[in-house]
Design a protein around this ligand. Structure first.
Ligand code: ATP
Ligand code: MG
Length: 460
């Protein structure tokens, strides 16, 4: 049974308001699925409604001030419903879609509404997403046995999977993503239809594919999902990794063409899964690092495939793009140098790399080594990570801003004219302090700066 008490009161109230105006309205989609799946917690979030009312009628019922025309062309508006706390709760309300006409608005007969509702459910992607809850009658409408599939933990297309995937290629990605998120198996006929859907998937916008990929990566079982993306298609039955024929080749071709065999892929998937969500995209793209290193690529001349991946395919926000670019192009400390990274050398490493970049690089490299069973590399990277944590805890000065003496101090105390010499002095002082943190003392640094000037090591 559906735990109706978990539906926020303002959601039920919105349904009742529409019902009282003569428009059948139901809760539908992900929220109903998650309420049935997890009745004891608040997994269910976006409470989407489906209604007999047209967007104009929804606007007439709630008033123009409370309705945002999110996607009028697709029959969707967002209504700002008032929570008991007074805060607005935006709820998406979509007009029934399907084969049966619904625009005349003159059919108050409940049976007709149910026909419309079932047509609306029929165009939804998977049976577990095609269950409606009628809050007035207090019952579920589940014409495709979504509850049975929830119990069996199965993702099954509504209707003929081949036809449904041909209508919208993104659905194959959604099947994979739901399977990874919910820990469900893709039902065999639905899974068999993946292969024929590659050409339709190729037509789907990059943003929609990217959004599904990111949801897949932040799910509980990204490795299982990625394995499905890598599954061979009917066009490529021998699992020839170089031949076009799996979903990853459409989703991330820049990565897919670097993956040559299962022995290389498994550790990659394990590494991705072992890491926190924020590090998983970087980890998945890790093979690109080797490729870039091999190509001798520099950040300044990013190869076209990488630019295409970051800008066209992933369309990350600027900060995310810069971070990923640095992650894929910054050289890691060579293994044989790691034992010597103590004291000054370690502080130099910390000063030269943003903390988030260094942490992510080491975490991903370590996860990858662990997934490959390379115990020696894991030990080396763990030890380095520990040394970094210890060194940071001592809070050494690693940038000019952290010096006990500022540029202004130098200008005043040494009566220097403003110019590049101040910057040069500060750089020298920082190098001194990184070598020996005990030197980060105003008087000592001033004396040192005077020495540098008089020894003409720095000219002005
Ligand atoms: P999530 O928890 O990720 O939001 P969801 O099931 O709510 O999952 P949405 O993308 O929010 O997914 O879509 C809401 C509902 O709309 C789905 O449950 C499904 O019934 C329907 N739907 C969404 N996308 C498609 C699609 N591409 N084809 C068919 N039906 C779809
Ligand atoms: Mg949703």
């Amino acid at each position: 049974m559906l735990p109706a008490h978990r539906i926020p009161t303002e959601v039920t109230a919105a349904c009742l308001t529409l019902q009282e105006s003569g428009f059948a309205t139901y809760v539908v989609g992900g929220a109903v699925r998650d309420l049935l799946r997890c009745p004891d917690d608040d997994t269910a979030k976006d409470f989407d409604l489906t209604t007999a009312a047209t967007p104009e009628q929804v606007i007439a019922v709630f008033g123009r001030r409370k309705v945002i025309p999110t996607g009028i062309a697709h029959g969707t508006v967002t209504v700002l419903c008032e929570r008991p706390s007074g805060k607005p709760h935006p709820i998406e309300i979509t007009t029934f879609r399907g084969e049966v006409g619904f625009s005349d608005g003159r059919r108050p007969d409940r049976v007709e509404f149910i026909t419309d509702l079932i047509e609306d459910l029929r165009r939804r992607d998977f049976t577990v997403n095609a269950i409606a809850w009628d809050p007035v009658a207090g019952r579920l409408i589940d014409p495709f046995d979504g509850q049975g599939d929830l119990a069996r933990r199965v993702i099954r297309a509504v209707g003929d999977p081949v036809a449904r995937f041909a209508e919208d290629g993104l659905r194959v990605m959604r099947a994979v993503r739901f399977s990874a998120q919910l820990g469900f198996v893709v039902e065999p006929a639905t899974r068999a239809a993946f292969a024929g859907a590659l050409s339709t998937l190729r037509k789907v916008s990059r943003e929609r594919i990217r959004d599904e990929l990111l949801k897949l990566l932040s799910s509980d079982r990204p490795a299982a999902g990625l394995r499905l993306l890598l599954e061979q298609s009917a066009d490529n039955p021998t699992l020839d990794w170089g031949v076009e024929g799996n979903m990853l080749q459409v989703v991330l071709p820049e990565l897919a063409h670097l993956l040559c065999d299962a022995e290389q892929v498994e550790p990659l998937l394990l590494a991705v899964e072992s890491l926190p969500k924020e590090q998983r995209l970087g980890a998945l793209l890790w093979p690109l690092r080797q490729w870039l290193a091999g190509a001798g690529a520099q950040v300044a001349m990013v190869p076209r495939a990488l630019a295409e991946l970051l800008d066209e395919r992933l369309k990350l926000p600027v900060s995310g793009r810069q971070h990923l670019l640095a992650l894929l192009t910054t050289p890691l400390v060579a293994a044989e140098l790691v034992p010597f990274l103590h004291g000054a050398a370690l502080r130099r490493l910390l000063a030269e790399h943003p903390a988030a970049l260094l942490d992510d690089m080491l975490a991903i490299e370590r996860a990858y080594a662990a997934a490959c069973g390379d115990a020696e590399a894991v030990a080396r990277l763990t030890a380095l990570t520990r040394r970094i944590v210890d060194e940071r805890a001592r809070r050494p000065a690693l940038s000019m801003a952290e010096l006990a003496l500022s540029g202004k101090d130098l200008l005043r105390e040494l009566q220097l004219p403003p110019g590049p010499v101040v910057g040069e002095l500060l750089r020298e002082l920082l190098a001194t302090v990184i070598d020996d943190p005990a030197q980060n003392d105003r008087a000592m640094l001033l004396a040192h700066a005077k020495n540098l000037l008089s020894a003409r090591k720095i000219k002005h």
